[in-house]
Design a binder for this molecule. Structure first.
Ligand code: ACO
Length: 327
């Protein structure tokens, strides 16, 4: 087996200009800043205007930033995969929209994936499969979400969590440690987090149908699932690939709730400083959260070549994935 893998050589993110604070939310549902901060760690989130800022345009902006950061010619990109659970375009795909906007050629394969919050990791693993099998040399992996379109703004138990944004990474085929991963799923437990598409006109008259076209989340069940499965997944990853969790530089977790991250760090007996967070400023941006966090860490100098990173995400499906990579 060759030692070629996809190295992250560029990172970029984009967040809408409109910042919605917890106090702003307290004007539309019965909640308050202290409760939201204590239970989630979130202070604010960005909400897209839905016209100039939507999943496709944000994907383009994050992708352009990642391409610029990588210092590459977009004409050399041979694969673009975009993860989204809230695309404004089902097709053309977000990936082809990005292809055109950044000036990639027709020799570039493009498709979207949906795996809810772990969507970017699913896309990352897909792209790594292409690169490690020699079928791609330079690829873009994007996560872009406009969750505000599918949030139930009357449900204080969920609307306080989510935000909009996009993140992107450029992966280049280079010598290095291969992508190591575990992917798990449970359709049987999918009910606690679900969203139906509104484009089902034959069901418009069905009682309660409208409510199903915004996100339903049984918060406590999802919380319990995450704090149980994520630490177990990370431990299993270290056993499967025979590495010591103490040697990992950073644990890059999906930014869903600061308490889930804190609980994971505690269960793994790893210092919380190794679990960077952006959730305070962005809320849960689903598939955008991991690439956006990596972008911030690169900009502020925390991320350095050769660092050992664990990625872990969880969400609708239910699905939960983790990776061990060398940056
Ligand atoms: N403001 C004030 N009070 C509230 C609010 C609010 N926004 N929301 C709920 N409460 C109340 C409840 O009504 C309840 O009151 P009661 O005790 O009188 O019944 C009390 O606060 C506690 O409610 P819980 O639901 O038990 O609160 P919890 O501590 O579990 O926090 C939360 C709720 C933040 C949603 C948490 O369960 C959570 O983060 N769950 C995980 C969500 C998640 O990670 N989702 C990611 C999935 S992403 C994807 O795939 C799309």
């Amino acid at each position: 087996m060759s030692n070629i893998t996809g190295k992250i050589i560029g990172l970029g993110s984009f967040f809408p200009a409109n910042v919605v604070t917890n106090d702003d939310l307290a004007k539309i549902v019965e909640t308050n800043d202290a409760w939201i901060q204590e239970r989630t760690g979130i202070k604010q989130r960005h909400i897209a205007d839905g016209v100039n800022e939507k999943s496709s345009t944000m994907a383009v902006k994050a992708a352009k930033a990642a391409v610029e950061d990588a210092g590459i010619d977009p004409k050399d990109i041979d694969l673009i995969v975009c993860a989204s659970t809230s695309p404004d375009l089902m097709f053309p795909t977000l990936a082809t929209t990005v292809q055109e906007a950044i000036g990639a050629t027709e020799d570039c394969g493009c498709f979207d994936v949906n795996s809810a919050c772990p969507g970017w990791l699913a896309a990352f693993n897909t792209v790594q499969g292409f690169i490690e099998s020699g079928n791609s040399k330079l690829a873009l992996v994007i996560g872009a979400e406009t969750l505000s379109n599918v949030t139930d703004w009357t449900d204080r138990g969920s609307c306080i969590l989510f935000g909009d944004g996009a993140g992107a990474a450029v992966l280049k085929a280079e010598e290095g440690k291969r992508n190591e991963l575990i992917m798990r799923s449970s359709g049987a437990r999918g009910e606690c987090l679900h969203l139906e598409t509104s484009k089902q006109p034959k069901r418009y008259d069905e009682e309660g149908f409208e409510k199903k076209t915004v996100m339903y989340m049984a918060g406590r069940d999802v919380f319990r699932f995450a704090v149980t499965e994520v630490p177990k997944l990370i431990t299993d990853l270290s056993v499967k690939y025979n590495f010591d969790l103490a040697d990992v530089d950073y644990f890059i977790l999906h930014q869903a709730n600061a308490r889930i991250i804190e609980s994971t760090a505690k269960k793994l007996e790893i210092n919380l400083e190794k679990f960077p967070m952006t959730i305070e400023k962005t809320g849960n941006t689903s598939s955008a959260s991991i690439p956006a966090l990596l972008t911030e860490m690169k900009k502020d100098g925390r991320l350095k070549k050769g660092m050992k990173l664990v990625f872990a995400s969880f969400g609708g499906g239910l699905t939960w994935n983790a990776n061990y990579i060398e940056y």
